[in-house]
Ligand binder design. Structure first.
Ligand code: TUI
Length: 314
């Protein structure tokens, strides 16, 4: 049995967060993860305004356990989503792709625990000063919008930089990853890619099939030129983007290539035009399972490797 300070902090049984993935993480998936003992997180990106409120209420109707909402700070709806989280009193807000300092007083006044995703020790320190309960240190192995540092060097450096708990993300999909994160000083993990293939996750079958068929070299990083660096699966769309990114194509044309591409993947299942975000660990995700089975597998796996590691000590 593994229990870490994250379990008490977040009011959860197992130290596992499900990443709030744009156009993927809805109330149904979040509720399934929370009901299974992890923390389910709804992505506010999917749903401006009333739709986010509906998703939170749907999740509430399916579980009485805590739930979280992730706010992508570059989204035009971030301010609206921030207010809805405060009104609906979700237990936890996570943020991504920026500095949430402007919203922190609103959330803290509503009694919400704020857990920003950071890609550097410097931002982690700022978040600690601004009142964050913990931070998620996300390495560039992750899918979606990423920073430069990898999980292995990032996590211990963030752990050393702050006194609040640190959750590791990026390249984690099984018990070995959870155990490794704990060894780096983290109190738990956030996983995204593995939960995309959860049975309760409603993405198009093509998205799940791309992840299930992926190998260790199936992802590609694009978008650095415009400052929206993202990791996605190699598909006709992402290969084309990579091919033209450093040609004489204008910034406007390149920007236009990106518009709507996440929706085309996660909502429409568009095989040619979709940008299918996934982390480097996709190659290890081999089965569609329920959220409860995924969490149980990760916990069992971590217990096994942590117990056997004790054999190295004399
Ligand atoms: O946010 C993510 N992953 C995402 S967001 C997303 S939606 C999207 N839509 C259009 C274009 C691009 C993305 C898909 N995936 N992860 C959390 C994360 N945050 N990763 C890295 C960071 C980060 C980076 C820099 C957080 C803070 C930061 O600080 C910059 C600053 O302002 O100090």
């Amino acid at each position: 049995m593994i229990s870490t300070p994250l379990c008490e902090l977040a009011g959860i049984r197992y130290p596992i967060f499900q990443g709030g993935m744009a156009h993927v993480s809805d109330g149904k998936l979040a509720a399934a993860v929370s009901e299974a003992g992890g923390l389910g997180i709804i992505s506010a990106m999917n749903f401006g305004g009333t739709k986010l409120r509906e998703q939170i209420r749907e999740a509430r109707s399916l579980t009485s356990n805590p739930i979280g909402v992730n706010i992508m700070l570059q989204a035009p709806t971030a301010g609206d989503s921030a207010a809805i989280c405060a009104e609906e009193k979700v237990e936890i807000v996570t943020t991504g792709a920026g500095n949430p300092a402007a919203f922190m007083p609103l959330w803290l006044d509503a009694g919400i625990k704020v857990i920003p995703v950071v890609a550097s020790a410097a931002l982690a320190k700022m978040m600690e000063r601004a009142g964050a309960s913990a931070v998620i240190a996300e390495g560039g192995e992750s899918g979606g919008h990423i920073g430069e540092a990898a999980t292995m060097p990032l996590v211990p450096q963030v752990v050393d930089a702050v006194s609040i708990p640190v959750i590791a993300a990026g390249g984690i999909a099984d018990g070995r990853g959870l155990a490794a994160a704990l060894m780096l000083g983290a109190v738990g993990v956030q996983m995204g890619t593995r939960f995309i293939v959860a049975r309760e996750c409603g993405v198009p079958a093509h998205y799940k099939s791309l992840i299930l068929k992926a190998s260790d070299t199936s992802t590609i990083v694009t978008g650095r030129r415009l400052g929206h660096t993202v990791r996605s699966l190699k598909t006709p769309y992402s290969r084309h983007y990579a091919q033209v990114e450093y040609t004489d194509i204008s910034d406007e044309e390149l920007e236009a290539l990106g518009v709507g591409s996440l929706r085309r993947a996660a909502i429409d299942g568009d095989e040619k035009g979709g940008c299918y975000l996934a982390g480097q660990i996709a190659g290890m995700v081999k089965a569609e399972q329920t959220a409860a089975e995924i969490i149980e597998d990760v916990m069992r796996g971590a217990e096994a490797v942590l117990s056997s590691a004790a054999g190295y000590l004399s």
